[in-house]
Design a protein around this ligand. Sequence first.
Ligand code: BGC
Length: 448
Amino acid sequence: MTKTAFPDNFLWGAATAAYQIEGSPLADGAGASIWQRFSHDPRLMASPGDTGDVACDHYNRMESDVALMKELGLQAYRFSVGWGRVLPEGIGRVNPKGLDFYERLVDELLKHDIEPLLTLHHWDLPVALDDKGGWLNRDSADWFAEYADVLYRALDGRVKKWVTLNEPWVITDGGYLHGALAPGHRNMFEAPIASHNLMRAHGRAVQAYRAAGAHEIGLVVNIEPKYPASDSAEDAAATARAHAYMNRQYLDPALKGSYPAEMTEIFGEAWPQWAAEDMADICQPVDFIGINYYTRNVVRADPAQWPLRASPVKQNATHTTTDWEVYPPAMTDMLLWFRDSYGDIPLYITENGAAFYDPPQAGPDGIDDPLRCDYYRTHIAAIGEAIRQGVDVRGYMAWSLLDNLEWSLGYSKRFGIVHVDYQTQVRTPKRSARFYSEIIRTNGGNLA
Ligand code: BGC
């Protein structure tokens, strides 16, 4: 039998995010989030009528959901905290009942020997702060550090792995440039400001952690490797722009203290010259980087495409229902690229998974999702390959534990390894969940 590539203490888990699964967004004195506001505006949602009002009702089913994680053999669970549950106005007054929910969740996880990975911000900014300009307001970095500090003081020790932000690129690209995600702005001058303030918020929260916490903190980014469509110089330049915009825009400042030169090329006069003190604030030593990987892009130059002057070229390959190409070798390439560019920083794959059409009903063997099983098998093997080549990957979180609200795309895109019947809230592990349990049990030994 081939020896598994995964070290003995490799951490296997699954991930979710607060607004996507919890439901009851205003319960127990919580303040509304921008996702509450956005999802209730049918003009903004690509899937009008779908909201997070009930979602997976996890807020009321937390204990049984943790029991399910245990049954599946998860060793870790990555979740996010709803900022407005803890601080209804975003800053100032703490809401004890909101904080209590997350304390109970963490205690329940620990009781079941499941390690919590806590993400402080997975996109649900309190509306009270959005009304003050949200991430466009320079004070947002201080707001975030204040909120983070409340959680550090309540939970550090019980939580040993902290994440500041989930995917700042998606927040800015979807929320401030293209308007597909909350808060739904489309403004080329806003996007750089939001990006920069998010990175300042990350830096401030890391600094606050060094004062109040004693374990590990990192940043989660989404990485989508870019490959040129041809050997032409134009395609190479377009690929470099797309790569800088999506993959380096947040890692470079966090880990090197500067933005990629391509940012000015992309945004022109909309890209400001940032103060050196800001860059020093942002570039704080982190204990790990979390990478969310779903797909890759083949890129060609396209002068008509604003602002990147690049477009993706669809490949003749399997695509998910979110139309993402399935291309596992890019996982290995991406991990090697990270190590070569940023050095030996411990890495976690904090999200990886796929939406496919699942059979509407369970058959005698449960819900059969062969494409998702295949996706997990090939992508986890591709991580094993990077580990064999010396990349320090320490854990893997499947996205997602449960089918859930896929943001503006609503409930039709199912990413769960566990099926959720939204009428009855019954959870049914799919075949991929059983397959993943076996990966965990054998530490990847069943992949060969
Ligand atoms: C996000 C998740 C999302 C997933 C699938 C990531 O961008 O962090 O919240 O559901 O991708 O689109």
